[in-house]
Design a protein around this ligand. Structure first.
Ligand SMILES: [Mg+2]
Length: 225
């Protein structure tokens, strides 16, 4: 019997990648506008290089980017804050739950425990849930910091089951990343649903039991389990 629905966060519940790309582009433009001497395109590439090295949730990206320029303090702050402000302004415009997600969660919550299982750091995960107004739908939020192991390692999946007080086979895992969300969930025996609408990375050929093109289709999926 299905008791819990567990969601990946980024690109499953919220349009993380779209926000990250658009916000980084705006930040690059703003830093160049504030006196950073390079093209906006080159600056944007540098930002993503830093994400690759330090992780997509790295909080000191613009500081790191400006370090090699050895600017005097005022110029450094001017450029860095231009970047941060433009980034956050764009985030406010763009980052949101996928269309139909809130109504779907509202319905699912009537019959199932709902949880989040993300590889994001604890602080950023909770901040993104609050930012997008989703935090009250979930009784448990599992983040990287609960186990210090990334999906598809089995530990995060087993840990969230423990928090929810359910068995793996009583859970449906919903995620956009086949090689992490779906692979890991299958390893522990969860039901799986591929959130095709959010897929950016991670197609390793793993097949999910179900797949959806939009969040509302989850209401049909749970009926089939
Ligand atoms: Mg994801």
């Amino acid at each position: 019997m299905l008791k819990a629905v567990i969601f990946d966060l980024d690109n499953t519940l919220v349009n993380f990648w779209e926000f990250k790309q658009e916000s980084s582009k705006e930040a690059a433009k703003a830093m160049v506008g504030a006196g950073l001497e390079m093209s906006a395109g080159a600056c944007e590439r540098l930002i993503f290089k830093i994400y690759e090295t330090h992780g997509i949730d790295y909080q000191l990206t613009f500081t790191e980017l400006l370090k090699p320029f050895k600017f005097e303090k005022d110029k450094f702050e001017k450029i860095r804050n231009a970047g941060i402000t433009a980034y956050l302004r764009k985030k406010g415009e763009i980052l949101r739950p996928y269309g139909g997600m809130e109504a779907t969660l509202h319905e699912l919550k009537k019959d199932y425990s709902l949880a989040v299982l993300t590889d994001a750091p604890r602080e950023q995960a909770h901040s993104r849930l609050a930012f997008t107004g989703l935090q009250n739908y979930f009784s448990q939020v599992g983040t990287f910091h609960d186990t210090n192991i990334y999906k598809p390692g089995v530990e995060p999946f087993l840990h969230i089951c423990k928090k929810l007080e359910v068995k793996a086979e009583e859970c449906l895992m919903v995620g956009d990343n086949l090689s992490r969300d779906i692979r890991g969930a299958k390893l522990v025996g969860m039901h799986t649903c591929f959130a095709k609408y959010g897929q950016v990375f991670g197609d390793d050929g793993t097949k999910a039991e179900f797949e959806i093109d939009k969040p509302v289709q989850l209401l049909e999926v749970v009926k089939k389990i």
